[in-house]
Design a protein around this ligand. Structure first.
Ligand code: 13P
Ligand code: SF4
Length: 302
């Protein structure tokens, strides 16, 4: 089957099975193009919960599909490639969260949405890269344990110096590869460009960038900006979406384009197989769903 045939088959199957396809902003261009919605991790989970369809094909990584399942337990959530993980999410275990709780009994434990369902089940609050600073500011505690991303934690700490923030030592290998020298070179060769960085980048890169935002924040910024040239310190897949939103503008990756290999695992054939065979279904116990939803609900309520 060539790509056009595959795309037609996917559309047919999607109708037949009453399914919705969602894709993260870092997915392959052809996957973004067949999706009903593209967006950031939490945005997509919310779209899934609001969708009328009862089958969801989640084109992203496992923690994202799990978050969709937590928010839509009655729906069938499929991840076309079950080995699409996230090294950052895997950098913290439930046992390590228990350790933090034991060692810092008076702290509130805040975890990034990039965590497994089992870890979420042990958090007090969940945050996203878009709202981490706001949520931690609003939490009624001076002492916070922040996990798992060190760079995002340091960004939160920089913005809220009045709080004591204990930060786990996890990192996204994709974002941590951007260097201060890359930003300095970009400034030299593209002085007219706006440099946007994801808060998973190192503090040195964030300090020198113009805009610090989640992937959805970057898209919003670019759509509203009158600038014509943008440099992105995030996974290169976002450029496909940005170019569609602003065909009049130029987009470049900062330094060497960085790729999240897990985000590129899903191909059109996998979406087709996923719909046809209804695989791989995300199954979580009722207890984990109930417990993991609490920190998300608390985040939404703040
Ligand atoms: P966003 O929530 O900003 O889309 O980021 C997800 C992610 O995995 C960043 O590496
Ligand atoms: Fe995880 Fe980093 Fe890939 Fe995002 S880019 S899914 S944080 S490994």
């Amino acid at each position: 089957m060539d790509n056009n045939e595959l795309i037609n088959k996917i559309k047919e199957l999607k109708e037949k099975k009453n399914a919705v396809i969602v894709a993260h902003n870092y997915q392959r261009p052809e996957i973004q193009d067949i999706a009903d919605f593209t967006g950031d991790s939490l945005e997509l989970s919310r779209k899934c919960a609001a969708a009328k369809e009862n089958m969801i094909v989640f084109c992203g990584v496992k923690f994202m599909a799990e978050t969709a399942k937590i928010l839509s337990p009655q729906k069938k959530v499929l991840l076309p490639k079950i080995d699409a993980g996230c090294q950052l999410a895997d950098s913290i275990t439930p046992a390590e969260v228990d350790e933090y709780r034991k060692n810092y009994p008076d702290a509130v434990i805040v975890g990034y949405v990039n965590t497994t369902a089992e870890v979420k089940a042990k958090l007090d609050y969940c945050v996203t890269s878009a709202n981490a600073v706001d949520i931690v500011k609003k939490i009624n505690s001076k002492k916070i344990v922040f996990l798992p991303d060190k760079n995002l934690g340091l960004w939160v700490k920089k913005n809220i110096p009045e709080k004591e923030i204990i930060i786990h030592n996890g990192r996204c290998y994709v974002h941590h590869k951007f260097l201060k020298e890359d930003v300095l070179n970009a400034r030299k060769f593209h002085p007219d460009a706006v440099i946007l960085a994801h808060p998973e980048c190192s503090p040195e890169v964030l300090t020198l960038s113009d805009v610090i935002a989640s992937t959805s924040g970057m898209i919003k910024y670019v759509k509203e900006s009158s600038a014509k040239k943008f440099i992105l310190a995030t996974e290169e897949g976002i450029i496909h979406r940005l170019q569609k939103e602003r065909p009049d503008a130029e987009f470049y990756s900062l330094g060497n384009a960085q790729i999240c290999f897990n985000m590129k695992l899903i191909k059109l054939i996998d979406v087709y197989n996923s719909l046809e065979k209804e695989v791989v279904e995300i199954n979580l116990s009722d207890e984990i769903i109930h417990k993991a939803k609490l920190p998300i609900d608390r985040m939404v309520a703040l």
